[in-house]
Ligand binder design. Sequence first.
Ligand code: FES
Length: 157
Amino acid sequence: MAKTEKDGKSRRELITLGSAFGLMGLAAAGTGGALFKYMFPVVSYGTPQKFLIPLDDLPDVGDELIFDDMKVVLRRQTETEVAAISLVCTHLGCTVNRVETGFQCPCHGSQYDSDGLVVGGPAPKTLPWLEIKNVPGGQIEVDTGTSMPEGTFYAVV
Ligand code: FES
């Protein structure tokens, strides 16, 4: 059997050893890739949409109104200040439920406080706060495709 001059191992042994390390490297890369993908999922949250809410339909001061179809909760802080928070979980896009302590995702258990900050589970970031504009005709427009800094309230006129 042929031996290499350096360490005395046969060529066949070196090829076998090299192949084994190569396969282990591929397996590790595949596992690492899957873990990385789980940590940073590629999620499509659907087509961003704008929708109108008549000022007469705003919730009472200190109250909230949930728009199930649009997956948005509208919060009224004062007589003239409102905010909109997305109900789309930042993990994989399920719709979160409003609970006493904040928001809870039914899919994988992510938990958010009442401002949408992550307090548990796999969600990678805060529930988006959404842009609101005053529009003619005594209405506001909520844009589910435009995120604003957390805590952004808008003056309604
Ligand atoms: S979609 Fe996974 S925790 Fe919400």
